[in-house]
Ligand binder design. Structure first.
Ligand code: G3I
Length: 342
């Protein structure tokens, strides 16, 4: 029993000890300036590969002007046990962005996934759930006040049919859990732009209709929402056209909110070979999204969900990112940069 306690204490200590992501001066000098592209070009980042894999770090530093924490800012990572916080990984990513002059997107304050057990497994009444949400949002958004350009305040609130996903927050508060999260985020960091982040809403769909209807309801209730994050987990077999992008930007722009492409990757299905033609298709999908984004003020940036294929959540076999497993630049890398050149 003592041994287990010691192991647990050592693990806890290792998770609370400060970490950093060392970037040598010569590499740091190659970091593009924050506003050097027509739109911020971001990547979702994890600490371990940034510390342990040189190609990942090199591409992160030199290929992007914006950063999102892939997992480090999620509730299960920050507060695995009630009242016991683990800030070092999130701190390291925010410090890296600051140190290299990159924009920082916060991801994500309230989501019904990747919750710690002590939140997930308890019955919450309305008052308890409101206090839970406000405390968490105030603590996290307050810690990084002034350093986060945009927060994904609420992530993926909808079901594929466009209706609100039933979860522990809706059970206690109904849709008002979203209002509460945004209200507390505005109080905690008045300078951050507050986004609702969703998948499957990049082109006409029941989810896009549901998202538009949700934004209208939130605005009618005076909820301080500034933007919509369209995740855009795409596939070479189903490219989105520039015309479709511009129609989507116009639809959300008509609501008075900004749009950010927040989690782009473009899968090449494992059963398909990596032919030059397929890589060119992947490149065009990335470039079309970037070109459409820069054509309208409504679209404020484009973030990829990862840096190199080796560490993609989709596994390297799906080859979803512009940089291969060893940081090799695919046609998509050059196409993206060309599309966002000032
Ligand atoms: O932290 C544990 C670690 O302790 C354990 O040893 C390891 C092996 O079991 O798992 C680790 O947790 C993993 C976590 O990522 C952190 O690395 C989970 O298993 C894994 O399921 C989780 O996957 C993340 C996924 O969200 C969870 O839903 C992906 O990395 C992350 O890219 C993905 O990102 C989401 C966005 O946040 C929201 N939009 C969709 C997107 C893709 O699912």
């Amino acid at each position: 029993m003592i041994a287990l306690a010691v192991v647990a204490a050592l693990q806890e200590a290792s998770q609370t000890r400060p970490v950093d992501i060392p970037v040598g001066a010569d590499l740091a000098e190659r970091a593009p300036q924050r506003d050097s592209l027509a739109r911020p070009l971001g990547a979702a980042v994890a600490v371990a590969p940034a510390r342990e894999n040189a190609p990942y770090l090199r591409r992160l530093v030199t290929g992007f002007t914006s950063v999102t924490a892939e997992n480090a800012m999620k509730w299960e990572a920050l507060e695995p046990r009630e009242g016991r916080f683990r800030w070092p990984q999130a701190d390291a990513i925010v410090d890296l962005a600051d140190g290299l002059g990159k924009r920082m997107r916060g991801h994500t304050l309230i989501w019904d996934q990747q919750l710690p057990g002590w939140v997930r497994e308890r019955e919450w009444d309305a008052a308890g759930a409101e206090r839970l949400i406000r405390d968490h949002v105030r603590r996290v958004a307050g810690r990084y006040r002034g350093r986060i350009a945009q927060w994904d305040v609420v992530n993926e609130p909808l079901d594929p049919d466009g209706s609100l996903t039933p979860n522990l927050f809706t059970a206690a508060l109904g849709e008002r859990y979203i209002d509460i999260a945004f209200d507390e985020a505005r109080r905690a960091d008045p300078d951050a732009r507050l986004f609702l982040n969703e998948l499957g809403s990049e082109r006409p769909s029941p989810m896009q209709d549901g998202l538009v209807a949700l934004v209208k309801r939130l605005e009618r209730r005076g909820v301080p929402i500034d933007g919509i994050g369209l995740q855009n987990h795409a596939n070479v077999t189903n490219p989105q056209s520039t015309r479709q992008w511009l129609a989507t930007f116009e639809r959300f722009g008509d609501l008075g909110v900004d749009v950010e492409i927040t989690e782009m990757d473009v899968v090449i299905p494992p059963k398909l070979r990596t032919t030059p033609a397929r890589l060119r298709t992947q490149a065009k999908i990335y470039a079309d999204a970037a070109r459409a984004c820069r054509r309208t003020p409504v679209c404020t940036g484009l973030t990829l969900w990862g840096v190199t294929d080796r560490f993609s959540w989709l596994t390297p076999q799906r080859r979803p990112l512009p940089y291969g497993v060893d940081g090799d630049a695919k046609p998509a890398a050059r196409a993206l940069m060309r599309a966002l050149e000032p």
